[in-house]
Design a protein around this ligand. Structure first.
Ligand SMILES: [Zn+2]
Length: 144
């Protein structure tokens, strides 16, 4: 896949994952593509919920966990702090793929490696955007 080494062009490195390399370049030391940060371990998909920090994003993932006693699923979520390389301009609301790295700081041990585009609005519990409102009229019969 990677043709030949062209140090002048500074092509994105092959990070060993099946992801699309970013089109932009950056000079971030902690960029898996343009720096020298190895990624290994878990690869997780999530939604970006905040990019207020410098080069770090909050990525949230929602899981369904089965509760045998009630035979139902409960929603669980976890937030990961992930390094956001400047070459991937990932905005809030996008789904991303994050890959585990060595610890980059006290709380950051993941790095965003792929932007999967805008997430469906229902993912992060944002039902307000959904057009489906089945019964807008209040039920009058129930009060009889
Ligand atoms: Zn980069």
């Amino acid at each position: 896949m990677t043709p030949a080494r062209t140090p002048a062009a500074r092509r994105a490195r092959d990070i060993g994952l099946d992801v699309r390399a970013p089109k932009a370049k950056c000079d971030d030391r902690h960029c898996p593509f343009h720096g020298r940060l190895p990624v290994r371990g878990q690869v997780i998909e999530g939604t970006v919920v905040s990019t207020s920090m410098q080069r770090t994003a909050v990525v949230e993932r929602t899981l369904l966990h089965f509760v045998p006693k009630y035979e139902r699923y409960e929603k669980r979520r976890r937030r990961y702090l992930a390094h956001a390389p400047p070459c991937l301009h990932v905005p809030v609301g996008h789904r991303v793929r994050i890959a585990e790295t060595r610890p980059l700081s006290k709380l950051v041990a993941f790095c965003i490696v792929e932007d999967l585009g805008e997430a469906a609005r229902r993912v992060a519990g944002e039902e307000a955007a959904g057009p489906a409102a089945p019964s807008p009229t209040p039920e009058t019969e129930a009060k009889a």
